[in-house]
Design a protein around this ligand. Structure first.
Ligand code: PRX
Length: 647
């Protein structure tokens, strides 16, 4: 039987780090916070020396708000840092333990990973990919996704990894925005025992991507695919002919390392630009300190490489530290609900980093599943992607961490590149539900509308008040949106994170989630405007309002309110069709849980849909002031429809 998710009052519940953990921790001197605060530039400058540079930087920080340059003048290569820099000490150490959903295991030593990466880098070069060309990667969780990312970095071609579960259409939008000529994909992959035909999605999506020249296809699931002559090429055939050595390109610290598309408050996703030097320093150090990495750790971050967590804490952070990482292709309940725990047992995982939505799902499935497996190798647990409720935190601590593993609840974003608020496990006393304190060198605050600090215990907006090395540099092709989104709420020196938060009397941060029109569904970030624009593209839909409804397992789920065009009838069939239309056009992870037809929506007098009111209706909470609505009566009608739809 599953455990019920009950949230105890946890602000006063505390867990101190265990003595033996503290003694052996990479960082156990609380003085580190003061040191970083007194001289952030000196602090980051010293830490930058822990990664490999071809040439040292001229300046640590150049800050012309909101534009920043970190380690300007420095020369380095991210792939070199993840591979070559480890060869002398760790050449024969396992870099990747990969497990397929069907049980196949593949391992790569650092030396092998370097050779494969170099081979693929040579393939890219032979196809004419040059420094600065953006390469789109549309691969599932197979080792080739890491090899492709590192090969791009090796030759200085920024990668844009698109989550494999996105639709072909969503892929095409991202290819067009990035102006990519090349996509790397596979034939198919396994999900709950069935093959997802990835290549077919590419073929469907590519119709409208004019500039695309080539598709490289990894043969993985061996399902049948159609190869388009001159355009599509097999990865294994190209690799056969490629040499296993390729010198890493010398990159400027501020050269783009990758683009990562993320949802914003308009229908168009934002291409977040990360550069090389600052990103590598931020991810390298934060991984080492927050996960307390040791030489013999087996580290498993369950995130997909299609999201920022997969970039920072599966690839660049851990590999630049010479860590052995675990990668898993498939679903947590295939063939049984103990698959994660089987993997922990089999590969002797010591550090596990996952999302609250997964933890709550495991809670629902019940403790009998983890109990079947030996989890005694685990020594540290992490959480990311959404607020973790205290009930889930305690369950994770007790049933997965056997009451002994520290939990690091890590707050950060695609835009921040690295973890910004988190415990340091050898220092911080944790409180279930709080991400605790900013990482050393990071200055965070909770501000009101006007930019004043709010008192402890009061709700406000989360802000970052000083620059940090791995911060977003711009939005690809849209500098104004970059400024408007992040640097305009207060002043151009203060980063607006888009999250609500409060601070308690101990200075601990409690993050409540997004305050803008972004929904976190099972830790996947989805813009309400993105779903709305897909809905109104359907011939039957006149208008749509989309909001997040709180959900015990997924954190939030998507609810849609839809006005039909004249001549279309409200019925179950059309409702199902519209729900599938969204899932098909964005990806199955964006499938709305509820769709309600209505004749009207709450709108301002200027005709703008007030999502705040819709959200309150969906969540059955007070709608607040509705006097500014065009027609305040619409609230009562929608409440009634919502009640009916739920029954
Ligand atoms: O709302 C916050 C939530 O995830 C958002 C960022 O989403 P994304 O860019 O997709 O990156 C997810 C992985 C870093 C944030 O604005 N979030 C992330 N981690 C936490 C969190 N909310 C509360 N607590 C966290 N630990």
């Amino acid at each position: 039987m599953g455990d019920k998710i009950i949230d105890p009052q946890s602000e006063e519940m505390k867990f101190e780090p265990a003595e033996d953990f503290v003694i052996n921790a990479n960082i156990n001197d609380p003085g580190i916070y003061k040191k970083a605060e007194e001289d952030p530039e000196g602090f980051w400058g010293e830490l930058a020396g822990e990664i490999s540079w071809f040439k040292e930087w001229d300046t640590v920080l150049e800050w012309e708000p909101p534009h920043v340059k970190w380690f300007n003048g420095g020369k380095l290569n991210a792939s070199y840092n993840c591979l070559d820099a480890n060869i002398e000490k760790n050449g024969d150490k396992t870099a990747i333990i990969w497990e397929g959903e069907m049980g196949e295991v593949r391992k790569y030593t650092y030396r092998e990973l370097l050779a494969e990466t170099s081979r693929f880098a040579n393939v890219l070069k032979s196809m004419g990919v040059k420094k600065g060309d953006i390469v789109t990667i549309y691969l599932p969780m197979i080792p080739e996704v890491v090899i492709a990312m590192l090969a791009c970095a090796r030759i200085g071609a920024p990668h844009s990894v698109v989550f494999a579960a996105f639709s072909g259409g969503a892929l095409c939008n991202r290819i067009s925005d990035a102006k990519s000529n090349l996509v790397i994909t596979c034939d198919g992959y396994y999900r709950r025992g069935k093959i997802v035909s990835q290549k077919q999605k590419v073929d469907e999506g590519l119709n409208s991507c004019g500039q695309l020249k080539n598709v490289i296809v990894v043969q993985h699931a061996k399902n049948e695919v159609t190869m388009s002559e001159n355009r599509d090429l097999w990865w294994h055939e190209l690799m056969e002919e490629a040499e296993p050595e390729c010198e890493a390109a010398i990159m400027d610290s501020e050269d783009m390392l990758f683009l990562m598309y993320t949802s914003g408050t308009t229908g168009k996703p934002k291409g977040i630009v990360h550069t090389t030097g600052g990103y590598m320093v931020g991810t390298h150090i934060s991984t080492k300190w927050i996960f307390d990495l040791k030489d013999d750790d087996i580290y498993w971050c369950t995130a997909d490489c299609g999201w920022i967590t997969g970039h920072s804490y599966l690839v660049y952070g851990p590999l630049s530290n010479g860590t052995t990482i675990v990668m898993y292709e498939g679903a947590p309940d295939y063939p049984e609900k103990d698959r994660f725990w089987e993997i922990v047992e089999k590969h002797k995982v010591t550090i596990l980093y996952t999302a609250p939505t997964a933890i709550r799902t495991f809670m629902k499935w019940g403790t009998e599943w983890p109990k079947k497996r030996d989890l005694s190798t685990l020594r540290l647990l992490g959480s990311v992607g959404e607020p973790i409720n205290p009930g889930a935190w305690l369950w994770y601590h007790e049933n997965i961490g056997q009451g002994k593993c520290p939990i690091v609840d890590t707050w950060w974003q695609t835009e921040t590149g690295m973890i910004m608020i988190s415990p340091l496990p050898g220092i911080t006393t944790t409180k279930p539900g709080s991400a605790t304190r900013p990482f050393p060198g990071i200055k965070a605050a909770v501000l009101d509308e006007k930019g004043n600090k709010v008192s402890p215990g009061q709700d406000g907006f989360l802000a970052i008040c000083n620059p940090w090395p791995s911060m977003v540099r711009t939005i690809h092709g849209n500098e104004q949106r970059f400024i408007d989104t992040y640097w305009s709420k207060w002043d151009n020196k203060t980063y607006f994170a888009g999250d609500g938060a409060k601070m308690d009397y101990d200075g601990y941060f409690w993050i409540s989630g997004r305050v803008d029109d972004i929904i976190q569904v099972a830790a996947h970030r989805i813009g309400t405007a993105e779903v709305e624009s897909i809905l109104v593209a359907h011939p039957a839909v006149a208008e749509a309002g989309v909001v997040g409804k709180l959900d015990e397992i997924k954190g939030e789920v998507i609810w849609c309110y839809v006005i039909l065009k004249t001549g279309f009838e409200e019925n179950e069939e059309l409702k199902k069709e519209l729900i599938s239309h969204v899932a098909k056009n964005i990806g199955p992870f964006a499938r709305p849980q509820m769709l309600i037809f209505s004749d009207d929506l709450p709108k301002t007098r200027s005709g703008k849909i007030m999502r705040r009111v819709l959200k309150a209706i969906a969540n059955n909470v007070d709608t607040g002031d509705v006097t500014t609505l065009q027609d305040p009566d619409v609230v009562a009608t929608l409440k009634e429809k919502t009640m009916k739809a739920q029954n």
